[in-house]
Design a protein around this ligand. Structure first.
Ligand code: CO8
Length: 259
């Protein structure tokens, strides 16, 4: 299997497992990823962590060898399928964390951008080098990258194809934090430690928070404020909000039940 889905304590862990090709996204791998994301959506995992197998790469992008010589319609359908697969991360019932443990280029960068959070190891190298192949990003990168780092930086990355190192990625907000990977498993452990900062909260309320913030990048302010009111009002309808406020008043730790 090019995608491994395992359970690590309370989390789902997806590992892109094609290290001989730096975990490049073949069409078969994307189909497999799509199916595994459906499984994660139905699970009781508190968060999804995605990383790449091997010491070198998170994911070196779409499989360039496979992209060659396809018909116009095959390219279009391939792009749409990749976009639809990554878009599943937007609506997962639990947050997702990309642990970028090395190269994240092209489609690999786009996969990380579709996750709720991104952590990068200190040796990580990221970019959208498609322009060097005579291409542009096709799995959501032209749309998600400017929403994350702003238009000027996104234009620069997409149009020069240059590589961004971990320190710069942190500085420009492309990743949330840097993590160590001195030993095998360190990066995933860091991803789990990060996920534990939110995984005890109510999953439905976390998804309202994620959805409200994500909509800010695509909505005029007056409509965004309405979305905030609607999702905020929904949060008040959860039993978890009743529990959270009662626990505060009673000076105890809340017990959330995702209801
Ligand atoms: N596709 C296929 N194979 C790859 C890819 C890739 N993206 N990246 C690496 N590999 C393979 C190499 O061919 C090599 O295989 P082999 O040993 O059989 O020759 C193996 O992985 C190891 O790679 P390198 O020897 O190149 O390793 P280096 O450490 O020297 O270099 C790099 C690592 C810098 C990451 C280099 O491999 C590289 O530049 N890779 C390509 C990065 C890239 O351009 N990514 C963007 C791809 S395009 C894309 O993602 C578009 C998405 C949208 C599609 C929309 C469709 C409509």
């Amino acid at each position: 299997m090019a995608i491994e889905l395992t359970r690590v304590e309370e989390f789902a862990l997806i590992t892109l497992n094609r290290p001989e090709a730096l975990n490049a996204l073949s069409m078969a791998l994307i189909r497999d990823l799509s199916a595994r994301l459906d499984e994660v959506a139905k699970s009781d995992a508190r968060a999804l962590i995605i990383t790449g197998a091997g010491p070198k790469a998170f994911c070196a992008g779409a499989d360039i060898k496979e992209l060659q010589g396809r018909s116009l319609m095959a390219q279009k359908q391939g792009g749409e399928f990749g976009q639809a697969t990554f878009a599943k991360l937007d609506t997962l019932p639990m947050p997702s964390v990309a642990v970028i443990n090395g190269y994240a280029f092209g489609g690999g960068m786009e996969l990380a951008l579709a996750c709720t959070f991104r952590l990068a190891t200190r040796n990580a190298k990221m970019g959208t080098p498609e322009i060097k192949l005579g291409l542009i990003p096709g799995y959501g990168g032209t749309q998600r990258l400017p929403r994350v780092v702003g238009e000027a930086r996104a234009l620069e990355m997409v149009m020069t194809g240059r590589t961004v190192d971990a320190d710069e990625a942190l500085r420009i907000g492309l990743v949330n934090r840097l993590v160590d990977n001195a030993n095998e498993g360190d990066a995933v452990a860091a991803g789990m430690a990060f996920a534990r900062e939110f995984s005890g909260y109510s999953l439905p309320v976390l998804s309202f928070a994620r959805d409200a913030v994500k909509r800010a990048g695509e909505t005029p302010l007056h409509e965004g404020l309405k979305i905030e009111t609607d999702l905020g009002t929904l949060a008040f309808q959860t039993q978890d909000s009743v529990e959270g406020m009662a626990a505060f008043a009673e000076k105890r730790k809340p017990v959330f039940k995702d209801k």
